[in-house]
Design a protein around this ligand. Structure first.
Ligand code: NI
Length: 253
């Protein structure tokens, strides 16, 4: 169930059976010459939406701007400062837990968010630890590409040129989710360079078209569909462990 498509009595009824919610979390940043600026938000969003539709688990709005200062050399990229994101995530968490939600599963689509999500969790837990009050809430963060089976499938689909940024698999997932946004662009060089970076100017100097190590011209919606299907199955398994039985199954029993 999508929170944005539910009316409040439906949310109230859901919370009688399940106290868990999935929050897709991503970024708004360049993803190379053929990748969508919304890639890192779209990937966890579509996987969470399909898992929520199959299981009945509640899926919240996508936290869709993250830590992307290093991409600001490319038009369209947006970032939060880490301190802003820590504060915003805590407001999201406290709004949800106010209603009795006690398990929040963040499905992350952007490696650059990982450290700040963990810092936001530490900020939340610190409130309880400093008050010597036990925290009734558990927070979890998971990168979608690390769900069981996803990396194996990505290696099978893209033995060469999967890469580290604007990967062939993430672009495939967005093409499956939004086929009207598919772009056909020749890559030059075929495989992008690899290496490190500091700020936005350094990133653009090292990776002129935005990609790192990838050849996303291999991306297709069919490959994206397989990745989403594998990720969705694994996600429902993890959510069932974290939240308890899916509401759909609970209702049938
Ligand atoms: Ni990405």
């Amino acid at each position: 169930m999508l929170l944005h498509h539910a009316a409040w009595p439906e949310v109230e009824a859901y919370l009688k059976h399940c106290k868990g919610i999935i929050i897709p979390i991503g970024s708004t940043e360049q993803h190379g010459p053929n990748g969508l600026v919304g890639t890192d938000a779209i990937c966890p969003e579509v996987i969470a939406a399909e898992a929520g539709a199959d299981s009945g688990f509640l899926v919240g709005p996508t936290f869709n701007v993250g830590i992307a200062q290093h991409h600001l050399g490319f038009p369209g990229s947006m970032t939060l400062r880490p301190s802003t994101m820590i504060a915003a995530l805590n407001d999201w968490i406290e709004s949800l837990t106010r209603h009795g939600i006690d398990r929040i599963y963040f499905l992350n689509g952007h490696g650059g968010n990982i450290a700040t999500i963990q810092a936001a969790f530490a900020e939340f837990y610190a409130n309880f630890s400093l008050d010597a009050a036990p925290c009734p809430v558990q927070l979890k963060s998971r990168n979608w590409w690390e769900l069981p089976g996803v990396m194996d499938l990505a290696r099978e689909l893209f033995p060469v040129g999967e890469g580290q940024h604007a990967t062939a698999s993430e672009v495939s997932v967005t093409y499956y989710a939004h086929p009207s946004a598919i772009k056909s662009v020749a890559m030059s060089p075929k495989i992008a360079p690899v290496g490190g970076f500091t700020d936005a100017a350094d990133y653009r100097r090292n990776f002129p078209d935005g990609r790192i190590g990838s050849d996303p011209s291999q991306a297709t919606p069919e490959k994206g569909e397989r990745l989403v299907s594998t990720a969705k199955r694994a996600l429902i398994g993890e959510l069932t462990q974290f939240f308890g039985a899916p509401p759909r199954r609970a209702a049938a029993e």
